[in-house]
Design a binder for this molecule. Structure first.
Ligand code: NAP
Length: 313
């Protein structure tokens, strides 16, 4: 792969960066003071882009790269890749499905429990020396609560299986019913939210799903309901989420992804019924290494003209 020029858009993983450095000609976009000029200056050599959930291969980048052959994304979600443009220009696209499913599903369950049992707020209570003055307030039970999943794909299904172990009835909303699965299907997200205690957003971000969790859905979930978002920030209308939480129209929220990352609405910082994570659902050593190996494997397959490991386009 020595001749392959790779544009790495973001410092996403040390192991991946080292391996790309060893095997290819690597261009680190984030180190360039003038990114557009940097891409233009090296465009002749760049045949691959490796991006992630923060910086991918948007139309503007693709247009600057006449020799681009492949986008190998260090993520399963491809909302930062212009798939239509890639398809039109014959640029191959790969992602990292499956290897991160367990971690993301584990974290979704972790977010449900930390939010409902207020584990983070209880921890802050102990650290602040407040236990001496009195016991912590009561919190909400998770086991046997009704869980609704938006997007019953690889990750949604893994969340469902985990929630079943807590004796939670599972239902879901997606574009198509999955008749082979033992879960109740709702063709409307608002109807799903009305009938569940916990709503988990686990679908891809697209023009169709932007703000799919809007004011109506939050109000349907209600003052006892909990929202968990491990999909993408813009799936949720964040201004409406903040207002629902501040007004007490929503019971709580566990959030890994935000609309304007890394910026998080500061009004949420004071709420004990909210858990805020910095987009870390797949962030374990094991999974990030597996994702990196998949990115490298796809690039290698492309260079060797073998079938790609996880082709999307
Ligand atoms: P997947 O297997 O493709 O599942 C996506 C599911 O969403 C499918 O079941 C699909 O079902 C449903 N869906 C697609 N478009 C929809 C729409 N317009 N309305 C309702 N449902 C829709 O993907 P996955 O591997 O589970 O990953 C899901 C998403 O999780 C990724 O795209 C990514 O954005 C996010 N993610 C986040 C993190 C993180 O760090 N927080 C990590 C990994 C992944 P139908 O086709 O029946 O609609």
């Amino acid at each position: 792969m020595e001749s392959l020029g790779v544009l790495l858009t973001y410092p996403m993983n040390v192991y991946l960066e080292q391996e790309l450095d060893k095997r290819c000609k690597l261009f680190r976009l984030w180190e360039a003071p003038q990114r557009k000029e940097f891409i233009k200056a090296n465009a002749h050599a760049i045949r691959a882009v490796v991006g992630n959930a923060f910086a991918g291969a948007e139309a503007e980048t693709i247009d600057l790269l006449p020799n681009l052959e492949i986008v190998s994304s260090f993520s399963v979600g491809l909302d930062k890749v212009d798939l239509a443009k890639c398809k039109a220009k014959g640029i191959r696209v790969t992602n990292t499905p499956d290897v991160l499913t367990e971690d993301v599903a584990d974290l979704a369950i972790g977010l449900i429990i930390t939010t409902m049992r207020q584990i983070c707020a209880s921890d802050r209570y102990v650290r602040a020396g407040r236990w001496i003055k009195g016991d912590y307030k009561l919190t909400s039970k998770f086991s046997r609560k009704k869980v609704g999943i938006v997007g019953l794909g690889r990750i949604g299904l893994a969340i469902a299986k985990r929630a079943e172990a807590f004796d939670c009835p599972i239902s879901y909303y997606s574009r198509t019913e999955k008749p082979d699965l033992p879960y109740k299907y709702y063709p409307s997200i608002t109807a799903l939210a009305t009938d569940v205690d916990i709503l988990v957003a686990a679908c891809p971000l697209s023009e169709e799903t932007r703000h799919i969790v809007n004011r109506d859905v939050l109000d349907a979930l209600g003052p006892q309901g909990v929202l968990v978002n491990i999909g993408r920030g813009p799936l949720v209308d964040e201004a409406e989420l903040v207002s629902a939480l501040l007004d007490g129209r929503l019971g709580g929220a566990g959030i890994d992804v935000f609309e304007r990352e890394p910026h998080v609405p500061e009004e949420l910082f004071k709420l004990d019924n909210v858990v805020l994570l910095p987009h870390v659902a797949s962030g374990t050593y094991e999974t990030r290494k597996a994702m990196a190996d998949l990115v490298l494997g796809n690039l290698e397959a492309h260079v060797l003209k073998k079938p790609l490991l996880t082709p999307v386009v």
